[in-house]
Design a protein around this ligand. Sequence first.
Ligand SMILES: [Zn+2]
Length: 117
Amino acid sequence: MMRLRREADRIRVSGPRGVDFPVAGPTRTCVGCRERAPARKLVRFVATGSGDDLRLLPDPNRRLPGRGAYLHPDPACFALAERRRAFGRALRLSGVVDTGPLAEHLRTVSVPCGNDR
Ligand SMILES: [Zn+2]
């Protein structure tokens, strides 16, 4: 496929994650490790609900409305974000937010660190 070949030409994945390598397309910042990455390598999520019934919803198709934030599909980044309360800050939430649905999603899509396809 043409698309694959072009990406292989343009993306250099020689260094550790987050190194400023040339990429095609937009980049986003992971709310966990705060590194920038191509948006398509990150999981978008949004907050739904209101008041004290807030939860984080993964948005793999990037279609959900509202303010979104991005996270590596990596449990380590999730844990970091949770510890620093980065979810609430990134999405401008006040109060407790249920991270369960997002955590569940990450378990199914996570890739081992360093295995950068
Ligand atoms: Zn990360």
